[in-house]
Design a protein around this ligand. Structure first.
Ligand code: F6R
Length: 608
């Protein structure tokens, strides 16, 4: 999600910035730009699309200078376009930013009221205006940035360059990554280590709440709300490839570990704990519109369909509205009954899946209201919808979806709470309690991820299995389906997900001592029934792998247990999904498959 690069040294910096941005391409982006100080002026060049477009623009309009900042933008606020690309300039300062400013609406309203004119639709431009205003009040640049940070809420890594001082770049970090590169008479800054490695292997990782200034001679680092701090210099020993994956062996593993952050970013600026509801104007679903919904129809494919099942369940239980989830690839070929009064929720990581797009368009033509729950700003499904609820998981590179899936679950939980509150089906207290549970999910995911090694051990024991079953009931039935899909697509082991109650209607015939059966046993309203189903498996010698929050529950029946922190029923699938992803990952890795690019599969399926 967005890449930042900054350079202050002795060489022509435009090619260095461009090279740094190339090293950050893996983060995903849709536009790019640089600001270079040419000794007199700030020269800003931006281009929509790939870095070659920015390279061409630099070829046509060369910029010379030894201090500059650059950025690749992954759109979150405002379409991917040249005018929304960074850097954004106000007065004499240029700013690049990675993250989301939560209070951008109120800040922008205030700035507009004071006569400020905005040239982009981004939240970032606010930062440039605020710094310019602080400079106008007589503060010097470093202090002007510090004052600005004090009014920002949300996640940011920013780099600031001023026309008045080519000798330094100001940097700040809060919940978005930023690392400094320490060279000989040169200093750099970047969102990630790969962008620095052609210049130096000595880096300083900034911490949240740090404000820094880099000059050729070195760095000064202070706390935004305090005095100077020392941050250690770390020598990087990773290869470039390893560095792009943050030290993880595969992008999939990195993305599994990024889930707490993905959920935090998806919730950021939307959860209103006081009201027990949501701030989600982008959905185009105010209380009046929500009250008129007759039925909710979720449309999606693959993993996104499993998230849709989660949404369907919660819309019914929390908002008390009829809800169905349909495979988009089936929906449009059966002359469906859909139209006015229906809210169609199109769920898609890429926002480009041909079947989901066509189904959403068809539903819209028939009079339904369409809401897109997608991860890619401005994607085809977002454009085809009346409203959007973006998951802010950041770009997902591994073909098998992980962080986008749990971000979808989080977004759909928010949607259910929003509709429930709007229709009076949920009280303020209930809404607040559920949102609080959602806010606590990232910490529970972190705790679960800390047990990755234990899951790896279990994975080793089933690496030679020919088949596997995944069982769950209620919301966990969707987790079981997703667990089976994950295992089959990356390890090529045949796997099936079932609602536990279905076992005795057929699949039980498959169970023997060679069959691993992953059982989802969170402490919820389905636990007792699920335990009976697990007994049925155990009685046929099936190898039970229990995912639970209370170890004593499966003491006598499970061959292996994976304990996760307890969470409320509505959100526990976000937590229990994590060990299943890890299990699939480690099985696949030990089998030596191409984890990030499984055979026969594509990340974005644009054919029907
Ligand atoms: C599996 C996976 C796929 C996608 C499906 C829909 O790990 O990622 O099943 O979920 O191809 O794609 P999107 O979500 O982009 O519509």
């Amino acid at each position: 999600m967005c890449g930042i690069i900054g350079y202050v040294g002795n060489e022509e910096c435009a090619p260095i910035l461009l090279d740094g941005l190339r090293r950050l391409e893996y983060r995903g982006y849709d536009s790019a730009g640089v600001a270079v100080h040419d000794g007199q002026e700030l020269r800003v060049l931006r281009a929509a699309g790939k870095l070659t477009a920015l390279g061409d623009a630099l070829g046509r309009n060369p910029v010379h200078g030894a201090t500059g900042i650059g950025h690749t933008r992954w759109a979150t606020h405002g379409k991917p376009s040249e005018h929304n690309a960074h850097p954004h300039v106000s007065g004499n300062v240029a700013v690049v930013h990675n993250g989301i400013i939560e209070n951008h609406v109120e800040l922008k309203t205030e700035l507009k009221a004071s006569g400020r004119v905005f040239k982009s639709d981004t939240d970032t431009e606010i930062v440039a205006h605020l710094i310019d205003l602080a400079l106008g009040r007589g503060l010097e640049l470093f202090e002007a940035v510090r004052e600005t940070l004090k009014v920002l809420r949300g996640a940011y890594a920013i780099a600031v360059l001023s026309k008045d001082d080519p000798s330094r770049i100001i940097l700040a970090k809060n919940a978005s990554p930023l690392v400094l590169g320490v060279g000989d008479g040169v200093m750099l800054a970047a969102s990630d280590v790969p962008a620095l490695l052609s210049h130096t292997r000595d880096v300083i990782f900034l911490e949240d709440g740090d404000l820094a200034e880099i000059r050729r001679e070195g760095a000064k680092i202070v706390r935004v709300d305090g005095g100077p701090v020392e941050r250690p210099v770390t020598r990087i020993t990773w290869s470039l490839m390893q560095a792009e994956r943050g030290g993880f062996k595969h992008f999939m593993l990195k993305e599994i570990h990024e889930q707490p952050r993905a959920i935090e970013d998806t919730l950021r600026g939307r959860v209103n704990l006081d009201e027990g509801g949501l701030e989600a104007g982008e959905m185009g679903l105010d209380a009046e519109t929500a009250k008129k919904i007759r039925r909710v129809v979720f449309l999606a494919c693959g993993t996104s369909y499993h998230a849709a099942l989660h949404g369907r369940y919660l819309l019914e239980s929390l908002a008390r509205v009829e809800a169905v989830a349909e495979l988009a690839s089936e929906f449009r070929y059966r002359d469906p009954v859909v139209g006015e009064g229906d809210l169609v929720v199109a769920v898609s990581q890429s926002g480009e899946t041909a079947d989901t797009l066509a189904a959403a368009k068809e539903a819209r033509e028939r009079g339904a209201r369409v809401l897109a729950v997608v991860n890619v700003q401005g994607s085809a499904i977002a454009r085809a919808a009346h409203g959007t609820l973006y998951t802010h998981a950041g770009p997902e590179i591994g073909v098998a979806s992980t962080k986008c899936f749990t971000a979808q679950q989080a977004a759909l939980t928010m949607l259910a709470i929003h509709v429930g509150r709007s229709r009076g089906a949920l009280s303020v207290e209930k809404g607040r309690a559920l949102l609080q549970e959602l806010v606590e999910v990232p910490a529970k995911m972190r705790e679960t991820l800390a047990g990755a090694r234990h899951v790896e051990g279990i994975a080793r024991s089933i690496v030679h299995a020919r088949d596997a079953l995944f069982l769950g009931r209620g919301l966990s039935a969707a987790v079981a389906l997703e667990g089976a899909l994950k295992l089959k697509e990356i390890s090529y082991i045949h796997a099936e997900g079932y609602a536990g109650g279905e076992m005795k209607h057929g699949p039980l015939a498959l169970v023997d001592r060679d069959m691993p059966v992953v059982c989802l046993l969170p402490s919820d309203s389905t636990l007792e029934k699920m335990l009976s189903n697990v007994q049925e498996v155990r009685a046929r010698d099936g190898v039970v792998i229990a995912v639970l929050d209370e170890p004593s529950v499966a003491r006598d029946i499970a061959a292996h247990t994976i304990v996760v922190p307890r969470a409320a029923e509505a959100v526990s699938p976000l937590v229990t999904s994590v060990p299943l992803q890890l299990l699939s990952y480690y099985v696949a890795d030990h089998r030596g498959t191409d984890v990030d690019q499984p055979r026969n599969l594509a990340k974005t399926v644009t054919v029907e």
